[in-house]
Ligand binder design. Structure first.
Ligand SMILES: [Zn+2]
Length: 401
């Protein structure tokens, strides 16, 4: 059995005796008669620290025993000094106490329950059993930080588990027997808990809700406390400043500048589309003028540069509107060969079949319907040969019977 000294906020280290020591995976597992190192439990990760000067990477509970994964072995009976890593403990206690306070404030404001908690080295999240609006999340974040500012103490009560049913608590663990530990965190929460906590709400420092999403009919809220929140706020400020500088404006006006540029881009695209249509109208006339014929059908194979799939579609449409034609429009774009094909009304040849032929000539992939199809291949050097081969293929397929 290990005496658990990690619940006392004032104890930083202790002397202990080694009760057992066994080989673990790349470590030695050391059982002590007392410890200040918190073992993983209740969703809170293990402390790190040292035993007799040897690093402890992890501690875990087995019944009433706490085992420490140590860098070296100790003889049974050895007297050792046990310390925990204060920075790691502070960080874990801040995230954990922040979770209590977030859950307590959410329960008070919205009557919702915390139904899941995840604490990792790089993120912390809580699942609530109701949906939230953006405005509610903002109100929750504000009320939570007000509670942190009030700096009320965290207090504990040890009661018999049988008494829990009659008590008013936000949450109680199920199936507890014997002694139960109740934590009253930062003046806004009450629940059974075996983790380590900040002594006062103010030690949580700052809680930042970073995002939230719908999850199983409720909401998953991601948040950070203490230095994690400070670092996240600094990084966001840096990114916002970079955007603001890009737009030669102040940070407060950056969002508006991004929206405005988005609107301008939409307008510019609209104008570009109209002008491209006009340009393709001229181009279509030129293509048809130069295209060879198979019977009364023009065989229009074009090869351009920098056109995207939508633009190739517009070009095909322009050609088919102007004359009885089969058109295959190809373009080299971003290291790819894109192609699109269409037929004018009254032409029988199926474009799916033409697409398969182009796929075979280019080593590409694509398909479509009888009246239009599209595909792409890797960049090709012999595009002029492909074009000639394709023209010959189309002429032979369109030859009057
Ligand atoms: Zn707790």
């Amino acid at each position: 059995m290990t005496e658990k000294l990690y619940y006392d906020h004032d104890i930083r280290e202790c002397e202990a005796s080694v009760l057992a020591c066994r080989a673990g995976e790349n470590c030695f597992e050391v059982l002590l008669d007392r410890t200040v190192i918190f073992p993983e439990g209740g969703g809170q990760p293990s402390d790190t620290g040292s035993v007799g000067g040897a690093a402890v990477s992890y501690a875990f509970e087995d019944g009433h025993d706490v085992w420490h994964r140590c860098a070296r072995a100790f003889p049974v009976g050895a007297k050792v000094t046990v310390r925990f890593d204060e920075q790691v403990r502070r960080d874990h206690s801040q995230q954990h106490t922040g979770e209590h306070m977030l859950s307590g404030v959410a329960h008070r404001l919205y009557g919702c329950a915390n139904v899941g908690f995840h604490m990792a080295e790089d993120y912390v999240s809580v699942d609530f059993d109701r949906p939230f609006t953006q405005a509610e999340i903002r109100a929750l974040e504000l009320a939570l930080n007000e509670a942190v500012q009030r700096d009320e103490p965290t207090t504990y009560a040890i009661v018999d588990a049988a008494e829990l049913d009659g008590m008013e608590l936000r949450k109680r663990a199920k199936g507890l027997t014997g002694e139960a530990r109740i934590v009253y965190a930062g003046g806004v929460d009450s629940c059974t808990c075996c983790g380590t906590h900040c002594g006062r709400a103010g030690e949580v420092g700052f809680v930042k809700i970073t995002s939230f999403m719908s999850y199983k009919g409720g909401t998953r809220v991601f948040f950070l406390c203490g230095m994690r929140a400070v670092k996240a706020a600094m990084e966001e400020a840096r990114l916002l400043d970079a955007i603001a500088r890009r737009f030669s404006t102040k940070a407060a006006e950056a969002a508006q500048a991004v929206v405005k540029q988005g609107e301008e881009l939409t307008d510019a695209r609209r104008v570009l589309k109209k002008r491209t249509e006009e340009l393709f109208d001229y181009k279509a006339a030129e293509i048809l003028r130069d295209a060879p014929k198979a019977g009364d059908v023009s065989v229009a194979v074009t090869l351009g540069e920098g056109l995207n799939m939508a633009e190739l579609g517009m070009l095909c449409e322009s050609v088919c509107k102007k004359g009885k034609a089969v058109v295959v429009a190809m373009s080299e774009n971003g290291g790819q060969l894109l192609y699109r094909m269409a037929r004018a009304e009254g032409v029988k040849l199926g474009m799916r079949e033409v697409c398969q032929a182009v796929n075979a000539m280019t080593g590409g992939k694509g398909g479509g319907r009888d009246d239009s199809a599209q595909g792409s291949a890797g960049a090709r050097s012999e595009t002029a040969e492909i074009r000639a081969q394709l023209e010959a293929y189309l002429k032979s397929r369109l030859k009057p019977a």
